[in-house]
Design a protein around this ligand. Sequence first.
Ligand code: XBP
Ligand code: MG
Length: 241
Amino acid sequence: MSLALVRAITPTDRIRRRLAEAAALIFDVDGTLAETEELHREAFNEAFVQLGLDWHWGRRIYKELLRVTGGKERIRAFDQRRRSGPPLTDAAIARLHHVKTERFAVLMAEKGCPLRPGVRSLLDAALARGQTLAIATTTTRGNIDALLAPALGPAWEAKFAAVVAADDVARKKPAPDAYLEVLSQLDLSGSSCVAIEDSRNGLIAATRAGIPALITRSRYFGDDAFDGALAVVDDLTELAP
Ligand code: XBP
Ligand code: MG
């Protein structure tokens, strides 16, 4: 081969190869597959109004609250910051979160939320290569369907060999539980897979499960510190072949 035809292997090529050779690609949902957090925020605010609370979460406070993974945990964390009144009971938090989840499904149906650039082509390329796909998320299971049924069709779940959501495990991210549960269902080692995440909490969760994580920066977590990540990209189109 002539020297002129030999192109140096770039770091991006190495990540592409790592993705293509992974035994499974394990995807986070919110912020990674789609920019859903604005719809989550809107759904929380609608639930507060519906149940007569004078709470409103603007973008700034929501960015802080997103450090707490899980909607019920987020509501409790906010409630604990208030200085007046008795704390919300577990039942009141569960009710609020139930209404929030209903509102999220309605908002998804009404407004829609596209997959982020590069997501669909990565999913399709991985399936065409015969790779295993999985989901490890701290969101409520029904929210995944609200996002993926319109985006990938009603049979979306058939594309994923394992789908682990909030209530399937004891501890949410940054605990490794969701990722460990996926690995156990797939019977794979962490080091043979790649996790695709958008947040520091997600990176920590994957790392604790022994899974290298590729970060795709998202609206709310774009300025997180991602030391230890396999790579950090602005979106997955950067890794398109
Ligand atoms: C995102 C979350 C979730 C959503 C809200 O998790 O932490 O809590 O913000 O969904 P991930 P719920 O990025 O791991 O998908 O209200 O259903 O918790
Ligand atoms: Mg996320």
